[in-house]
Write a protein that binds this ligand. Structure first.
Ligand SMILES: Nc1ncnc2c1ncn2[C@@H]1O[C@H](COP(=O)(O)OP(=O)(O)OP(=O)(O)O)[C@@H](O)[C@H]1O
Length: 291
């Protein structure tokens, strides 16, 4: 299977900066994958997102080396606007993306630009409104709704365009836990019901972990670690060293490992932690078989 995104020896240095923001990146991302990208501040995560939809090098000044290919073609080779049909990006500050007077117009606007027929626009509007639970907000001006609602509108606007690849750059960083959960519920449905390739840059690991097939750790512009989610988080010592704090249940079990009270794999979720704890405390009663 060939990768839908292929990044080879890719480096990007913004103009007038001392170090490259991305430095020798090699990555393959496959169709239908749900990939989580994490890393400390300044690691290059947003730069990577900008590189995937061509805003880098299109709208930024700097020096590029290597290649970023989307669906077999280098990002610079796409005619203007064409790449954005394949790659939809949602940033953490949705306000900047809104131009219309109502939420409904905001959603319809992009679809009209795609040249879709009116029945098709209606159909997609209905689908995306249901998926993101936006029905009651359709007549409202985008600037009158809450931060969480804005983020759902931004997500819906990109989803409605049905891009093959979606990149979400800290989509919940400005949201309270309830709104954050709702965004992740939408992402969960997207994963179960569609075959989109989804790349999420996110600090909220509790929400990301159950969805991600694969995780990538960026650090100082490089891929410091990548792998299937479960394997990835077993490298907890490296993650902690890079300033990433995995969910507390995982950290708790890591302490048990350090004290030699536990030698199985680290649980990814609270439910898994409860299961493993039962095995540690009451091995004869537990149904958990160990790793
Ligand atoms: N427009 C820009 N001009 C110059 N340097 C930039 C620009 N944007 C980012 N940088 C620099 O590039 C490096 C990577 O930044 P980037 O925003 O990609 O990191 P990040 O991992 O997304 O960080 P955060 O988690 O804080 O959003 C940083 O050193 C940053 O200062």
């Amino acid at each position: 299977m060939s990768a839908i995104i292929e990044i080879r020896d890719y480096s990007w240095q913004y103009l007038n900066t001392e170090n490259p923001a991305l430095n020798g990146i090699n990555l393959d991302i496959y169709e239908g994958e749900f990939v989580g990208i994490i890393g400390p501040n300044g690691a290059g995560k947003t730069t990577l997102a900008l590189s995937l939809d061509g805003l880098i090098p299109g709208q930024y000044h700097g020096v590029k080396q290597g290649t970023v290919k989307v669906m077999g073609k280098e990002v610079e080779a796409y005619p203007r606007g064409e790449l954005q049909r394949q790659v939809g990006v949602v940033f953490s500050d949705p306000e900047a993306q809104f131009t219309a007077m109502t939420v409904e117009d905001e959603l319809v606007f992009g679809l009209e630009n795609l040249g879709l027929s009116i029945p098709e626009i209606r159909e997609r509007l209905e689908w995306v409104t249901e998926l993101t639970a936006l029905k009651s907000l359709l007549p409202k001006p985008p600037y009158e709704i809450s931060g969480g609602q804005k983020q759902r509108v931004a997500l819906a606007a990109v989803l409605a365009m049905m891009p093959k690849i979606m990149v979400l750059d800290e989509p919940t960083s400005m949201l309270d836990p309830v709104s954050r959960k709702r965004i992740f519920e939408v992402l969960g449905r997207l994963k179960r019901e569609q075959n989109n390739t989804v790349i999420v840059i996110e600090h909220s690991l509790e929400n990301l972990i159950p969805l991600a097939d694969r995780m990538i750790l960026l650090s100082e512009g490089q891929v410091a670690l990548q792998g299937p989610t479960r394997t990835f988080f077993q490298q907890i010592a490296l993650l902690l060293e890079k300033g990433i704090y995995p969910p507390e249940a995982m950290q708790f079990f890591y302490r048990l490992v350090q004290r030699q009270w536990y030698n199985g794999d680290l649980p990814l979720t609270l439910d898994e932690a409860a299961e493993r704890l039962e095995h540690v405390l009451m091995p004869r009663h537990s149904t958990y078989q160990g790793s």
